[in-house]
Every structure is written in structure tokens, then in C-alpha cells.
Design a protein around this ligand. Sequence first.
Ligand SMILES: Nc1nc2c(c(=O)[nH]1)N[C@H]1C(S)=C(S)[C@@H](COP(=O)(O)O)O[C@H]1N2
Ligand SMILES: [Mo]
Length: 447
Amino acid sequence: MKQKRQIGRPERGLLELYQDDPERADALVWGRRGALRGAALASMGAALGAAIPFAGRMPEGLLPAALAQPAPSGGGGQGGPQMIRLEGKEPLILQGERPLNAETPETLLDDEVTPASKMFVRNNGQVPEAPRDPRAWKIRIDGEVNQPLEITVGELEGGRFPLVTRRLQLECGGNGRSFFSPQTRGNQWGNGAVSCGEWTGVRLRDLLQAAGLKESGKFTGHFGADPHLSGDPNRQAISRGMRIEKALDEDTIIAIRLNGEPIPLIHGAPARLVTPGWPGSLSQKWLTRIWIRDRPHDGQGMGGTSYRVPVQPIVPGSRNDGRDFVDLESMPVRSVLTNIAHGTRLPAGTRNLDVRGFAWAGDKTVRAVHVSVDYGATWHEMRVADPANRYAWQRWSGRVSLPTDGYYEIWYRATDSDGRMQPHVAGNWNPQGYGANPISRAAVLVG
Ligand SMILES: Nc1nc2c(c(=O)[nH]1)N[C@H]1C(S)=C(S)[C@@H](COP(=O)(O)O)O[C@H]1N2
Ligand SMILES: [Mo]
């Protein structure tokens, strides 16, 4: 029986060959470099299972997206990534079980406000036990303050400080890590380590004011109740900190509710920091303490190459102790395509395609989103909505046309308010893989 070839799940052989011997694989698929005609084109078309209408514009040596990225939504089974079904969650892409990490498939990110059931999960240690009495949970603020403050979640709920509700994007510092070449260590996230939930809580700055922030208080250090993976009570799973300016930002909050409900355990119940626009690691879950310091915090996940990027680019793949790196602060501009999964097969004759998604840019806003279906030869400007509030992601939408049946790639890229756009390849390579935000490609097959 003839095997049906499915887009996004190519012959294993070719994919493996690309991993083992990219030059030989390239030669097989493309013919000799530069000769994307005749037999070479036919062999690549055969590998993809379709004609390639814009083949003439396909950059030489570029591995088609259908072969480069296994599709997660192809109905499970081999080829695509492994999915995990957590309690109260939609199926997510498994990144690791110990610690537990799971990524949201891009097409699950189609809601203006991300439901908790669709949020990615990022843990560095163990998930702590649920508190028996969430209202009695204590958070301490100490260090460079005049009156160290201890406050319970019950008091926060009681309105001792104004409660604010904001839609805030929360993105892992390593989102997009899988696009680095050579590969870096850590979870191989695609674009789905991001969420935009509606968080309710108190401004950290109100608490700092109540505690009497001293002039010498220049940095924060965050602590949570999650045990270290080793179980050693003297070690922190993660304990990061930031410049006091970000702590004093009106949108940096200690949240006690997510989307109008108590925060689910896995997302930091009963209280967590939300530090929007900066690496997710600064949004401490199961928050127990904020230590105000006169110098940069030196907890787990600070210094060296942790959450740090080079100022002067380094040779990709080279060793570096990160001494000259700087902390990654505002996250770079990025976009997701949420209504069409990579690897989708569209009915023959489909000529117009509505596309939509979200885009965001750390501390900045998104000025434009462009889409190309001809390998970047022409770009179409999409509509971009204003954010619901500062730090909310922005909806983009539009329509592209596909001249004939065949294999296409939807390329999508956002530009931030400073004019910086997503680059063609992940830049500023660093050993732990932070800040990769290259243009994304979703493969679709018409017919
Ligand atoms: N206590 C604690 N807080 C934490 C973490 C953790 O491991 N422990 N992981 C951080 C990282 S790296 C990220 S990206 C976000 C992820 O938040 P989420 O799991 O709610 O999506 O939580 C941050 N807060
Ligand atoms: Mo993260």
C-alpha cells in the first residue's frame, strides 16, 4: 500500500540525514548548491509531497520549514513532539518532566486573555504542596527598608493596598531557544513559552513604599517556596532579582488572582510576582520573600551565563564564563501565528487565507507585523491592534493570497516601536540560549 505522505512529518530518513550530515542532505534535496531546478526541485517537491509555487524565491540552502520543524498538531504519534496532559490543562508540548516544563502550541494562544488551561509551565525545582490556608500565606519584604514588612495573602485580598487588574505578558527568557544554532542547553522552546493572563494583585511599589525603601535599596532578590530538585532545603530552585526601577514600575505586581480566580498551584499559588516584559524568571512563583539589596542579587540564576547575554557578540558555540555579559532585561519583539498550525493541510483551491496572531515587545510596543508567503520576496502589512493596557500583547490580523495549490510557508515577523524587527536568524548567540526571536515559518500545504 502506498504510504500517504504528510506535511510536517516527512520521511524520517531525510530529517535524520539533515541532522547527521546537513551538507549531503542539502545536496540530495537541492541538487548542487545554487541549482534549484529540474531534478533538485522535483526531489524536494517529492520530499514535501507537493509542488512549490514560489520555489524560485526559496533561498538556497534553506531547509524547508516542513522538514526543519516537526509539526506538533499532526494528530500525535511519531514525528511531532511529545505532548503532556496536566491536570486542568489542554495538551501541551512536553519539554521535561523533572523539573516539569511544558510549552503551549502556538494555535492554543488564540485568546486575547490566555486561560490558565493554556498557559505554558516553567519550573526550575519541584512544585511545592498546595498551602492548607492560602490566606495565611506570608510574604516578607526586608533588607534595605526602614520597617521590614510581613503581609499575608488575606491582608492583600482585604484591600490594605489598592488591587489592580492588568493583562500582562509573561515570557520565558529562553523562549525561542530552539532556533539557536548551534543548539544551546536548556528547554528547547519554540515560540510558545509565553502567555498573556489577566492578573490581579497589588503593586510591588506600594509595598516597598509601606516598608520605607531606603536610598541604598538598589536591587531586589526574590524567594519562593518550591523545593530544589535535589530536595536540599538550603538550596533555592531559583532566586532572581532586578534593578529597583523595574520593581517600582506600576505594572510590576504581586498577584493573587489569575483571570479572576485564585492562581492555580502550578502557576504560583497563592501569590506570585508578575514582572511583565522582562524574563519570566523574574516573576517568582510561590513568593515568600523579597530581599531589597544595595547590590545585584546573587541568588540561583544570577551571574555567569544565567539569563545573561553578550554585549559584544561571541563566536556561536564558543565557551564563555559570561563575565562580560549583561542581564537580559526587556524581552525582544516576537510574534505568534495562532489560527493556522504549522503543518496544516488546506483544501485544494484555497486562494485567500486569513491569518492572525499576537505580537509583543518587552517594555516596548509593536509597531507593525508583516507576513510573506513567498520566502520574503514580498511582505504584506497586517492590522495591529493597540494593547488592552501597557504590557498586554497586541492582536494582529490580515489576509494573504496563495496563487495556486502547493507548498507554502507563512513567514511572520513583528517590528517594535523602536523599529527593531525580528531577524532572519537567531542572533547574539549565548551559551544558555536567551533572547532568540527570529522570523517564524509555518508550513502549509494547499491541496
Ligand atoms: N518559585 C519559582 N518561580 C518561578 C520559577 C520557578 O522555577 N520557581 N520559574 C520562573 C520561570 S523561568 C518562568 S519562565 C516563569 C513561568 O511561569 P509559569 O510556569 O506560571 O508559566 O516562572 C518563573 N517563576
Ligand atoms: Mo523562564
